[in-house]
Ligand binder design. Structure first.
Ligand code: SF4
Ligand code: SF4
Length: 379
């Protein structure tokens, strides 16, 4: 029996009350950066409290990743909201919310966020972009114009190769942020470290403050490659009839997967109100992959050396995303998540994982490579 549709007009919720707050959004690689990001955001919130500002921090609820190295987000909020902030709920990156975007791995500059959003979706025009990297601020600006910025940005970029100072990278990064954003200052961060029993880390905060590179940025949306790309956004599917058919569902799935920004993805997704009780998602079409599960982010990619490959098919069977074709053996990068399992199971070492940053942009970032070379796979 076909499921009847109820038509609603999708609308992105915008809360102007949120825009009056000061927000820091942190982006890291799941599991790998969880401890660093907790330290960073907890200390920021503590520093805010020391300055008499109601402040709190939390991890985005959906970002409790079961996989290593997938994008994840934390928030720190400064100020008392007039409406309740949805703790542990998804904060929609629409409007002008974020004062600071803190990026713990440069690979995230060239990916979508875990919300399939651009890194700058929801950013204020004068946002500070803090990046843990050895690449230059100019290279950072070049990357974001290409991959993750499609709006005016008259802010600052701050870079620091934090692991050169402390393997617990949160501490020097906090110092670096104090160089560029006046909401926190060095004294309140040092006092916060005291309150949290981390007196020994005060030196790392000071060193981060000294070593950071800060650059003023003045970019118009029209100057960015991403702005030109989103001008060609996919058109939303029309409701073709009154019944919720697989074709309607696949049309929505495709539009949501192809959307470049958060507002356009949100608009493309069917709202809960249109889903009749009891409806379950339709699976992939026969012989095809699931249209909604394309990969908006990947920090590394597998490359198969076909001269070594013996066609044993193990990688095909072990890939958790069904991203390796059976015959011939071939990676579908639209779906590969870069987990590295295929590299681990290949009996003749025919698969090598390579950094996306290096593959796409020829950039060797010491901070990134340090993590890359120490990576471990585990589920
Ligand atoms: S890295 Fe390999 S195993 Fe992992 S999703 Fe990609 S192709 Fe599949
Ligand atoms: S596991 Fe290795 S040898 Fe086997 S099919 Fe995959 S790439 Fe080829």
């Amino acid at each position: 029996m076909p499921v009847k549709l109820v038509k609603v007009t999708p609308k992105v919720e915008r809360y102007p009350e949120y825009e009056e707050l000061d927000w820091v959004v942190g982006h890291g690689l799941g599991v790998d950066h969880t401890a660093d990001m907790t330290t960073f955001h907890q200390t920021l919130a503590q520093a805010g409290a020391i300055k008499g500002i109601e402040s709190y921090y939390y991890m985005r609820y959906d970002d409790s990743p079961e996989r290593n190295y997938i994008p994840m987000m934390f928030y720190t909020v400064f100020g008392k909201p007039k409406i309740p902030v949805l703790m542990h709920e998804e904060v929609e990156p629409v409007g002008e919310l974020f004062n600071v975007i803190a990026v713990f791995s440069s690979s995230l500059l060239i990916q979508k966020t875990s919300q399939r959003a651009l890194l700058f979706d929801g950013a204020k025009k004068d946002a500070v972009l803090l990046v843990n990297t050895s690449i230059t601020p100019d290279d950072v600006v070049r990357l974001v114009k290409k991959y993750s910025l499609a709006q005016d940005w008259f802010g600052k970029v701050v870079t620091l190769s934090a692991a050169k100072i402390d393997s617990a990278i949160a501490w020097p990064l906090l110092g670096a942020l104090a160089r560029a954003w006046d909401r926190v200052d060095l004294d309140s961060l040092l006092a916060a470290a005291d309150v949290l029993g981390k007196e020994k880390k005060k030196d790392s905060i000071r060193k981060g403050y000294e070593a950071a590179s800060v650059k003023e940025v003045h970019v118009l949306a029209e100057e960015t490659e991403m702005f030109k790309k989103i001008k060609k956004e996919v058109e939303l599917p029309e409701f073709p009839g009154e019944f919720w058919t697989p074709e309607v569902f696949y049309a929505y799935q495709k539009a949501a997967a192809e959307a470049q920004t958060y507002p356009s993805r949100y608009a493309a997704m069917p709202r809960w109100e249109v889903l009749a009780p009891g409806l379950i998602e339709f699976g992939p079409q026969p012989g095809k992959r699931n249209l909604g599960f394309t990969t908006p982010w990947r920090w590394q990619r597998p490359i198969i050396d076909m001269n070594k490959c013996t066609d044993c098919k193990l990688c095909h069977y072990y890939c958790p995303d069904g991203a390796i074709d059976f015959a011939p053996i071939k990676v579908d990068y639209e779906y590969c998540k870069g987990c590295g399992i295929c590299e681990t199971v290949c009996p003749v070492n025919a698969i090598k994982m390579v950094s996306e940053l290096e593959y796409l942009e020829g950039l060797r970032d010491e901070e990134f490579l340090r993590r890359f070379e120490q990576r471990e796979y585990g589920f």
